[in-house]
Design a protein around this ligand. Structure first.
Ligand SMILES: [Zn+2]
Length: 465
């Protein structure tokens, strides 16, 4: 059946006497009890396969491994089915190898379905929907921590040419199952704000266009509704931190193509949620959002939240960094006279979504940075900032003993005027300078009565003592 007809049939079949959908808070509370995914929020392909096989083996038929595709380098791409309903829903994650959050959430979601198959709301979902789940479309990229596949292709830009085995496999799945809804699951940069100057974005959604000017109709209503549902539920956990992902119609992208091929598709982009155990909290939030959206679909209520989608602020990039030091007196490491400056630092991350990936923390800007916000801000007025030597605390100890041997450090104070500090910092920094895209640790001094006193360091993008 063509996708459009199948969609119409699915929309016409309004469920009767559906049990109440579980509240998002209840799903959130259920997560620790079913959760299989690792604390890192990131699966290696072998560990993923082991968890999926264990789940399939113990779920009494609720969760089945349907088939396995093959990546460019021959790694397995598991497809997991759950439920037996007439309406097929395709969910795929980690087509970008370094975007693992939804993969972990999908495993936990499958574990929840396997565990709760007899409970009325879950049983209803499983008789209304058949989930077609691809937890990790790009295992070769996952192994390398790389967005792209082993060919170097961005699979999400290969929907027209289908030159990647992974892209071809995803297209085959779409054609075989003709799903009436699609979930395209990604991580975006955690350094994005909700509107200009807004807070850090945790979740961004998009009703993906099927054409440059998609006309109103059931497909668009379904996408807006699902995107609105994801956003509304997310907003109860991360208020103000949910946005609309801004992108134009992209013919060669998969979400757009899925929609064009007849599977209305929403994009879910997980950003950042600053604080301890960030990865786990984001996996848990994804678990709640996806399960809640599937309940809405199963109950035929998925268009109800379309108005909420229209209220979302846009994703804004380029305004947020990890750390800003404000108003420091900077000795940049090139032997120049000191100057007043802010300094912005971005950390390395195990996964960074579509942002610029760094293998080490880096200074990303210096100067007047009033337009930038930091997840952490440090008032550095009155502090003197210089590059730290490469080699951490040990290297710093050597610098201190060397200065002491020359009579320039005594009783924890450094007897250095501006010219001397400029000269010494240049020597110990050994070519590193506090300039954009430099990977350099920082040392912070305060001016004491006897000289400069170390106030702390910035190592790997974090303030330390
Ligand atoms: Zn992505």
């Amino acid at each position: 059946m063509p996708g459009a007809l199948l969609l119409a049939a699915a929309l016409a079949a309004v469920p009767s006497a559906a049990p109440p959908a579980p509240a998002p808070e209840a799903l959130h509370a259920a997560w620790p009890g079913v959760r299989l995914s690792p604390p890192s929020g990131s699966y290696a392909p072998e560990a993923l396969r082991a968890d999926l096989e264990a789940l399939a083996g113990s779920s009494r038929g609720v969760v089945r491994i349907a088939e396995k595709g093959r990546s460019t380098e021959g790694r397995e791409i598991a497809v997991v089915l759950a439920g037996s309903g007439p309406e097929k829903v395709l969910l795929w994650s980690q087509m970008h190898g370094d975007e693992p959050t939804a993969t972990a959430a999908l495993v936990d979601l499958l574990a929840f379905l396997a565990e709760n198959g007899a409970e009325p709301a879950t049983a209803h979902l499983l008789t209304r929907l058949t989930l077609v789940v691809v937890p990790m479309l790009n295992p070769d990229g996952a192994v390398r921590g790389d967005r792209r596949n082993a060919q170097g292709i961005d699979i999400n830009r290969d929907a027209s040419r289908l030159q990647s085995p992974e892209g071809r496999f995803l297209k085959e799945l779409r054609d075989r199952y003709a799903p009436s809804a699609g979930f395209n699951l990604h991580n975006q940069s955690p350094l994005v704000t909700a509107g200009p100057g807004g807070p850090q974005v945790a979740i961004a959604v998009l009703a993906v266009s099927a054409s440059r000017n998609e006309p109103d109709g059931p497909s668009l209503a379904r996408k807006r509704g699902l995107a609105g549902h994801l956003a509304r539920v997310a907003s109860t956990f991360v208020p103000g931190r949910v946005t609309r992902y801004a992108t134009d119609y992209t013919e060669r992208a998969f979400g757009d193509s899925m929609s064009r091929w007849g599977t209305p598709t929403v994009l879910l982009e997980t950003g950042g949620w600053h604080g301890p155990r960030e990865e786990e909290r984001l996996v848990r939030l994804n678990f709640v959002l996806l399960l809640s959206a599937l309940h809405a679909l199963a109950r035929g209520e998925e268009t109800a939240d379309a108005p909420f989608y229209e209220t979302l602020p846009p994703n804004v990039r380029g305004d947020l960094v990890d750390l800003v030091l404000r108003g420091a007196t900077v000795h940049g490491g090139r032997g120049l006279p000191p100057f007043l400056s802010d300094v912005a630092v971005v950390k390395a991350r195990a996964f960074a979504g579509d942002g610029r990936r760094l293998s080490s923390a880096a200074v990303v800007d210096v100067g007047d940075l009033g337009h930038l916000a930091g997840l952490e801000e440090l008032d550095a007025a009155g502090l003197v900032l210089a590059p730290a030597p490469v080699g951490g605390a040990e290297a710093w100890e050597k610098v201190v003993s060397d200065l002491a041997a020359r009579g320039l450090a005594k009783d924890g104070a450094f007897l250095l005027d501006d010219a001397a500090l400029a000269r010494e910092a240049r020597a110990w920094a050994a070519g590193r300078a506090i300039v954009p895209w430099a990977t350099v640790d920082l040392v912070l001094f305060r001016k004491g009565e006897k000289g400069l006193v170390v106030e702390g360091f910035v190592r790997e993008g974090s303030r330390t003592k």
